[in-house]
Design a protein around this ligand. Structure first.
Ligand SMILES: [Zn+2]
Length: 306
């Protein structure tokens, strides 16, 4: 099965601490490397945790609060200094391109690689290749903010080995059978697809929701994902502050996970005021048992549906 995992580079909220860096994650799917948010110091965290920049091709910025993108210009500058030539795609709210280009101009940095910006405007598929796709959807925060879902595409059916050995179908026939086609025997009888193939594993998916107030409108976009990262900036005692600041408590993150029927919940974006975040885990687990606290430097495999 293709590797599908997330490395947490930063899981703190706006104010950094000795233990917490601002938001950033590296998603790996096979050889693909996607960066999700890029808070200050992200490139240092990538070095620290051996998160290679080499295959990094796409960066997704959820919103323009500084703790989610202040590391972007530094990372782009470093890629330039290392002589990068392959294109880099950056997705984010509209003013992001003007902000980054202005900084490049001011330092007379003339990039040798194509830097392509993609404005997030609507709920949409924003990246797609033959096996993987990424879509965005709106979160409920003080400024325009986007969540992302990363998912495998439906896989082809697998041919049964005994069928292939016995009937040696041609390449074109095998292709059609993998798509669901039947197989005609020389005597005119038909072998139905279910007899000659095995069902593929179910597609896996990962959703990223930071930053956002508790909002049920998010649920349809993340329904049944295998792994959900959801912000949990505050605890129960600060529910009013959370609402005022358009953030969530750990319990609210768990409510969203429960309503969406996700496989596993990973909490993050912790406020600097908590020296110990374990009470957040307790609160969340009262609502949604399969919850973990994210930890910087840790890599989490996106589980399958079994
Ligand atoms: Zn924010």
């Amino acid at each position: 099965m293709t590797d599908f995992r997330i490395t947490i580079l930063g899981n703190g909220s706006a104010v950094p601490t000795r233990k917490q860096h601002p938001s950033a994650q590296l998603l790996q799917y096979g050889h693909r490397r996607f960066l999700i948010d890029c808070g200050e110091g992200t490139q240092m965290q990538m070095l620290k945790y051996d998160a290679s920049r080499k295959n990094l091709s796409h960066i997704f910025i959820s919103h323009l609060h500084g703790d989610h993108y202040f590391g972007l210009v530094g990372l782009i500058s470093t890629l330039h200094l290392f002589g990068r030539e392959q294109p880099l795609h950056v997705y984010g709210p509209e003013p992001l391109e003007a902000i980054i280009r202005m900084q490049m101009r001011a330092s007379d940095t003339r990039l040798k690689f194509p830097l392509m910006f993609h404005v997030l405007r609507n709920t949409d598929v924003i990246y797609e290749d033959n096996v993987f796709e990424i879509s965005c959807f709106p979160l409920n925060h003080r400024i325009a903010t986007w969540g992302f879902v990363f998912r495998e595409k439906e896989k082809e059916r697998n041919l049964r080995k005994d069928f292939v050995r016995r009937y040696t179908p041609g390449v074109e026939q095998m292709h059609l059978i993998k798509q669901g086609g039947d197989f005609a025997l020389p005597d005119g009888n038909i072998l139905k697809n279910e007899q000659i193939t095995l069902a593929p594993s179910l597609p896996r998916s990962y959703a990223y929701c930071s930053d956002t107030a508790y909002d049920k409108n998010i649920v349809p976009f993340i329904r049944s994902v295998n792994l959900l990262y959801h912000e949990a900036t505050f605890d129960d005692g600060m529910a009013e502050v959370a609402a005022e600041k358009y953030h969530s408590t750990a319990r609210q993150a768990a409510q969203i996970a429960s309503e969406a029927g996700v496989g596993k919940l990973l909490l993050g974006h912790f406020s600097a005021r908590f020296s110990d975040v374990s009470p957040l885990l307790d609160e969340a687990r009262e609502v949604f048992e399969n919850t973990l606290l994210s930890k910087e430097g840790m890599t989490y495999t996106v589980p399958d549906s079994s």
